[in-house]
Design a protein around this ligand. Structure first.
Ligand code: PLP
Length: 415
């Protein structure tokens, strides 16, 4: 939980008590420590400093513009998966040539927008996509830089919803189709193929699968070079895990120890697309207890945030640490922490030992900086919460709370 610490029995983000932010901004609300984002970025960047490399922060984990801007100032690129993310990356100041555009379903309009901007690479996920990019580029009289994402069929040993490098997932091109890929690229005169991409999954807590994927990619690059393709860049995606509940994930330097020799042997440039490693423990969600409800032997803390703010527990059964923002931290009661949404899957914790809480108490949900706010929804007509950024003893609302008016702004009543 970089950037968050207990001082005098009060949780702080850098120099600011979280209770002060909640009083000023209301709850639910996300809080991000900008120095924490920066130091996580720095850890990866330093681990790979001995080779030419680009750390392209994965916007899908946390797309707050202030966060992207802070990372861009340190030299970060952006891994984007939609025209909207490309727009946000550019708005936050990421140079176009440092943008990598991934995703299995890019539309022609998105491809044209990316070509117009002059992005660094399209991470291509299928043979039909090579042809589509070629066609759009041909019409625009441009040459599209492409990396082809291969599916190395390596098990990352993580949740099956975030496993992406096995051959039965929808991501990447099956290695068995290599001949067809080469034939297709040879026929497509408006694409330039210079990079190979592989991302095997998210929240990995072992280095082994990354090392295996790197070796598969190495063999592939050597083969492609023998076939006459000038592959000079290797993109190994993201996926570095973080500590949610006591996991001991590897440090960036431990992954680097396996990856660097491959990159050096290939004399290649490395691209990485970390999301969670940079953002996960750099953000928290603040929420207040609305009611403490006793139901037979069960106790519920009913809080003012729900699956609309943070869906990870409902979607992946994910564990997030929870603690009172102020006061004693000793767990004494077994409770369910649940949201106000009309779904029984709307929960943050089940049968969790937590300190006693009363109506109005402020709770902190930790490790909420990745795949939190970005997966938010307005289900049950709940306005999106604000996002606050902190640096030192200062904080700022980086995204305002939506209003009820915002919820209906795009609607027109049929009359
Ligand atoms: C292609 C690609 N790159 C990067 C990422 C970021 O992953 P993480 O947040 O685990 O680092 C993802 C996430 O699934 C991805 O699919």
């Amino acid at each position: 939980m970089h950037g968050f610490h207990l001082k005098n029995n009060r949780w702080h983000s850098d120099g600011v008590p979280l209770s002060r932010i909640a009083e000023k901004v209301g709850t639910p609300c996300y809080v991000y420590s900008l120095p924490a984002f920066e130091s996580q970025f720095g850890e990866i960047d330093r681990a790979y400093r001995s080779v030419p490399h680009l750390v392209a922060y994965s916007l899908k984990a946390n797309g707050n513009l202030s966060v992207i801007r802070a990372l861009a100032r340190l030299g970060s690129g952006a891994d984007v998966v939609s025209g909207g993310e490309l727009f946000k990356a550019r708005k936050a100041g990421v140079p176009a040539e440092k943008v990598i555009f991934a995703g299995v379903g890019k539309t022609d309009d998105e491809i044209a927008y990316a070509l117009k901007e002059g992005i660094g690479y399209f991470n291509v996920e299928s043979i039909p996509e090579i042809k589509a990019i070629n066609e759009v580029a041909r019409k625009m009289k441009k040459i599209a830089p492409i990396a082809i994402r291969f599916n190395p069929d390596v098990d990352p040993h993580t949740h099956h919803y975030i496993t992406t490098g096995k051959k039965e997932t929808k991501f990447g091109v099956y290695l068995g189709d290599l001949e067809l890929v080469m034939k297709t690229v040879r026929e497509c005169r408006s694409v330039r193929w210079t990079a190979v991409h592989a991302h095997i999954g998210s929240q990995m807590t072992q280095t082994g699968p990354v090392g295996m994927a790197a070796r598969v990619v190495e063999k592939l690059v050597l083969r492609l070079r023998r076939e006459g393709f000038a592959i000079h860049t290797v993109n190994l995606g993201g996926g570095y895990g973080i500590d949610y509940r006591g996991e001991k994930p590897p440090k960036a330097s431990q992954y680097a120890r396996l990856v660097l020799p491959v990159i050096q042997r290939l004399n290649a440039t490395l691209i990485l697309e970390p999301g969670r490693f940079i953002s996960g423990n750099s953000g928290v969600l603040l929420m207040r207890v609305i009611y403490v409800k006793q139901s037979g032997s069960k106790t519920f803390y009913i809080v003012d945030a729900g699956m609309s703010e943070l869906i990870r527990p409902s979607l992946y059964d994910a564990y997030h640490r929870i603690a009172p923002a102020l006061g004693p931290q000793k767990p004494v009661k077994t409770v369910d922490v649940v949201g106000p949404i009309c779904e029984s899957g709307d929960f943050f914790a089940k049968n969790r030992k937590l300190p006693l809480a009363r109506r109005g108490d402020l709770l902190v949900v930790f490790s909420a900086g990745a795949y939190g706010s970005v997966m938010g929804s307005t289900y049950n007509a709940r306005p999106l919460p604000p996002e606050v950024v902190v640096r030192g003893t200062r904080f700022q609302v980086a995204r305002q709370r939506q209003t009820w008016q915002d919820l209906v702004r795009l609607e027109k009543i049929w009359s």
